[in-house]
Write a protein that binds this ligand. Structure first.
Ligand code: AGP
Length: 369
């Protein structure tokens, strides 16, 4: 086992650190920004259905559902297609309205999640086309779908999903760019720029991993907190949900993720000088709005830990701690901004003496409903 961990104390830490490579592996042979080549083998025979779909329905559970939420923003922005993101466990029992013009994307690391599998069967019965985004080759979901693209992240052993999440977003980003280009909602030049931006992500993730020491120091200060709040907007809203889920599952600290603007509709009542609030406040189209949300927390004496874009001086003046990540196109920022949140939950869990790779009550794949 020590050999399998490759010198790391835990699989989770190994998998967090593998992300520059796993994201690059996921894009290898599929994306070449210089020539403008973007190919997803599994999609070729279904491109027609994908391109002419009235709607994209994404179904998944847990972290994979969070990747689906990021994809909602990607597909709507780049391809102008309506998207619905459904918890598989709700979707399967809701008698949802589905037609043969719907393109359903099922996302699953393990490819064995019972609820996701049942959602696929239901959508299939109703005539939709089902596309799988799975990590485990030959898994039940990979076999149950009409077609799919593997995430090629390599085996993920830690129960808390890390590298599978970023690989899922990488596949979904490629799908959204392809769809936008085919549907003509992305101009040739925008498309080319976005391909280069996506191709540059692994190097930026590598840089973000170097924040580990700083994140560990922050973890040491807040490891005994009883609650955490994670706030973000736009593309970083699903990252807030994911950061909170990571912390809950491995450190057993209660954490909530929220769209930052929703805070004033309830969670703001929780804020006092003992509440760490993690903001994902990168320089993007909602930056100014997030800065106002930070001010609201500061006015109530909350502790502010902010993930910001390198060189940000505004948030630095307001926050108790800043974690500076490299700049990127806002659509691809989740691939980078999630990294320090994974590290934060990892270090807090280790410091609390928790079993990081096998947290209590959780299984790597949930094969029962
Ligand atoms: C993630 O950290 C969780 N352990 C969990 O939410 C997981 O993402 C969920 O069970 C879905 O699993 P899947 O991707 O294998 O379908």
């Amino acid at each position: 086992e020590a050999i399998e961990k490759g010198g790391y104390d835990h699989f989770m830490l190994k998998e967090i650190n593998e992300q520059p490579r796993s994201i690059a592996d996921c894009m290898r042979g599929r994306l070449d920004a210089r020539s403008g080549r973007l190919i997803l083998g599994g999609l070729q025979d279904y491109m027609n259905k994908f391109q002419n779909a009235d709607r994209i329905i994404i179904t998944a559970c847990g972290t994979s559902w969070h990747a689906g939420l990021v994809a909602e923003y990607l597909f709507e922005e780049f391809a102008r297609v309506p998207v619905e993101v459904e918890y598989a466990s709700e979707f399967r029992y809701r008698n949802p309205v589905i037609s043969s013009k719907d393109f359903v994307i099922a996302i699953s690391q393990s490819g064995e999640t019972a609820d996701t599998l049942a959602a696929i069967e239901l959508a299939k019965e109703k005539g939709a086309t089902i596309f799988g985004v799975c990590n485990v080759v030959g898994s039940s979901i990979a076999r149950a779908t009409h077609a799919g693209s593997y995430t090629h992240a390599g085996p993920e052993i830690g129960v808390a999903s890390t590298k599978a999440f970023t690989a899922q977003i990488s596949v979904l980003s490629m799908m959204a760019l392809m769809l936008g280009y085919q549907r003509g909602t992305l101009s040739e030049s925008k498309y080319m720029t976005l391909l280069s931006e996506l191709e540059a992500i692994p190097a930026k993730v590598e840089k973000a991993l170097k924040l580990n020491k700083k994140v560990e120091e922050i973890a040491a200060q807040y490891k005994d907190a009883r609650n955490f709040l994670y706030l973000g907007r736009g593309y970083n809203f699903p990252v807030a949900l994911e950061g909170a889920l990571k912390l809950k599952e491995i450190s057993y600290i209660h954490a909530e993720g929220y769209p930052a603007a929703e805070m004033k509709h309830g969670p703001i009542a929780l804020i006092d000088e003992e509440m760490p609030v993690v903001f994902i406040a990168t320089k993007d189209s909602s930056y100014d709005k997030v800065v106002s949300n930070i001010q609201e927390v500061k006015a109530r004496k909350g502790i502010i830990i902010a993930v910001v874009t390198e060189g940000d001086e505004t948030v630095k003046k307001m926050a108790d701690h800043v974690i500076e990540i490299p700049p990127a196109h806002e659509a691809f920022v989740p691939l980078i901004s999630v990294v320090p949140l994974q590290q934060l939950s990892y270090h807090i869990a280790v410091m609390r003496g928790c079993n990081v790779d096998q947290p209590r009550n959780l299984a790597k794949s949930v094969t029962v409903e």
